[in-house]
Design a protein around this ligand. Structure first.
Ligand SMILES: *[C@@H]1O[C@H](CO)[C@@H](O)[C@H](O)[C@H]1NC(C)=O
Ligand SMILES: *[C@@H]1O[C@H](CO)[C@@H](O)[C@H](O)[C@H]1NC(C)=O
Ligand SMILES: *[C@@H]1O[C@H](CO)[C@@H](O)[C@H](O)[C@H]1NC(C)=O
Ligand SMILES: *[C@@H]1O[C@H](CO)[C@@H](O)[C@H](O)[C@H]1NC(C)=O
Ligand SMILES: *[C@@H]1O[C@H](CO)[C@@H](O)[C@H](O)[C@H]1NC(C)=O
Ligand SMILES: *[C@@H]1O[C@H](CO)[C@@H](O)[C@H](O)[C@H]1NC(C)=O
Length: 443
């Protein structure tokens, strides 16, 4: 049911919650009560897919409203304003339309792909906030039960008080975001983007979250081995996982060895525990939000394989790596579940449409370089009248490989080494997977 709140000129605030590597968790795996509550009060897209299962390409795609093929970003190493076009970003659009825009935590991927500034000053009204303890993200701070030493482990439940700074990055981001929401006295509308770092590896979280999911309750993954019918190019060796101290000492053979059963369960347990830690942060943040005048988007940059097909981490076109939560809550839009396939590239046009700001932004044409155009589409019509959806909606994802046989750089090939592009195209009823061998990726 649509009320008149879009047409009377009041601008809603926008809260954009972006979680790092949080896959779509089906209800039976673990209970995430705060996210579940938000989903129940919102439009909950149950078939939402990332454009590419890698942080920088997914985030730049989502935040510019363009596909990785248009940004030519499949790795971490180019900034669109320098390499392809001076494209307007989602936060920049709102900033240029009278909003105060602010980034807390990991929203843009840091580094070259956002010019080392999270695209400040174009996207943000103030310099983005990064939690000070993020500098320990990869430090040897995980107590290891076997070696009795502090290590760089994958599985890393911690006593927060014993951590450097006595806190964790996401706790600092949460506090900062809450300060922004509660101490603001401006009548200017805002767009606040909050990017939580977990459950991204190392899977570091306050240890008491393990109590939510005792190891004997952790189910092993379905299909723990790659089936012989799946082409080898679909496999990736999850080198970032193998490299962590606790996993490295298992001597898993490269590139096709599989994770031992007990470690599969330990990793799954920690991932779920870290997800429930993030769920608590989301619940706390939401308690400071005035839902009557705030549009809330909750999503993740991509998923994470938890041992399905013998795979771990992102880096593929499997559902475990591509499927994400996507929740929109907007004043005047009633809650519902939507099963139509949608994509993260749809978020930008949807927010513009929901905010009532502009109706004449063009669809990007073939090869044109409009500074502002959309490759995705607004999901607002679908949110209002689901019967409109049938047939029109597809989700397209992609992942590059340097070779058919898995090698050291198969997880994250650099642009110049890409030889094959795998695409996934999905409608409500069908899914097509194809690999393309095409030299043009490296141009
Ligand atoms: C705009 O519409 C909403 C919903 O109908 C209402 O709650 C709000 O007070 C209106 N604002 C103004 C400024 O008229
Ligand atoms: C790119 O866009 C920004 C924001 O609109 C503008 O300030 C800047 O001058 C543009 N840069 C170029 C090279 O066109
Ligand atoms: C990116 O950063 C460099 C170095 O600070 C700067 O010279 C350049 O102008 C920036 N690019 C844009 C588009 O602002
Ligand atoms: C480490 O060992 C202690 C005592 O046996 C146990 O309670 C704890 O759960 C273990 N931690 C991990 C991460 O296995
Ligand atoms: C509101 O914000 C303005 C400008 O930042 C500041 O000068 C003023 O003291 C603030 N008022 C309150 C009540 O916090
Ligand atoms: C792994 O390899 C090292 C060095 O060869 C060996 O000392 C260790 O026992 C092996 N660990 C396992 C779990 O096989």
């Amino acid at each position: 049911m649509l009320h008149s709140s879009f047409s009377n000129g009041t601008k809603n605030n926008i809260l954009f919650i972006l979680v790092d590597d949080l896959r779509h968790l089906s209800d039976e795996t673990i209970s995430l009560p705060n996210i579940k509550t938000l989903a129940g009060e919102s439009v909950n897209f149950k078939n939402a897919f990332a454009q590419q299962a890698l942080c920088a390409p997914s985030r730049n795609s989502m935040l510019t409203g363009r596909r990785p093929d248009s940004l030519r970003l499949y790795d971490f190493y180019n900034y669109w304003r320098h390499s392809v076009g001076n494209f307007t970003t989602l936060p920049q659009f709102f900033k240029e339309n009278g909003y105060e825009t602010y980034s807390v935590g990991k929203v843009f991927h840091p580094g070259i792909s956002s010019n080392f500034t999270d695209d400040y000053p174009y996207s943000w009204s103030q310099y983005p906030f990064h939690p000070p303890t993020e500098k320990y993200k990869d430090a040897a701070v995980c107590y290891d039960n076997e070696t009795k030493k502090l290590q760089k482990n994958l599985v890393c439940p911690v006593n927060v008080q014993h951590q450097p700074g006595g806190t964790l990055p996401d706790l600092e981001s949460l506090e900062h975001a809450i300060n922004f929401l509660s101490n603001r006295n401006s009548s200017q509308p805002f767009l606040l983007a909050v990017g939580f770092y977990k459950p991204h590896i190392p899977i570091k979280f306050p240890e008491h979250y393990l109590e939510n999911i005792p190891i004997n309750k952790v189910k092993p993954q379905k299909h723990p081995y790659m089936s012989a019918e799946i082409p080898l190019v679909a496999w990736h060796p999850w080198t970032d996982v193998r490299r962590r101290d606790d996993i490295a000492r298992l001597n898993i053979s490269f590139p096709l060895g599989v994770m031992p059963y007990d470690w599969s369960k330990k990793i799954r347990q920690s991932y779920y525990a870290a997800a429930s830690y993030v769920d608590d942060l989301v619940g706390e943040l939401m308690s400071y939000v005035d839902r009557r005048k705030t549009i809330v988007v909750f999503t993740s940059d991509h998923g994470w394989s938890l041992g399905e097909n013998g795979l771990w981490a992102k880096y593929s076109n499997f559902d475990a790596a591509l499927k994400v939560p996507l929740i929109f809550s907007a004043p005047g839009i009633s809650s519902k579940n939507i099963h139509t396939p949608v994509e993260l590239v749809d978020i930008f046009p949807t927010l513009v449409d929901l905010s009532g700001l502009s109706h004449d932004i063009p669809k990007c044409g073939n090869k044109d370089k409009f500074i502002l155009c959309f490759e995705g589409k607004s999901l607002k019509p679908l949110m209002i009248d689901h019967s409109k959806a049938f047939g029109k909606y597809v989700a397209i994802s992609q992942y590059p490989r340097p070779s058919v046989y898995p090698q050291k750089n198969s997880d994250k090939p650099r642009l110049k080494n890409i030889k094959i592009m795998g695409y996934s195209i999905r409608t409500k009823r069908y899914r097509l997977l194809r690999s393309h061998v095409d030299k043009t990726y490296t141009h």
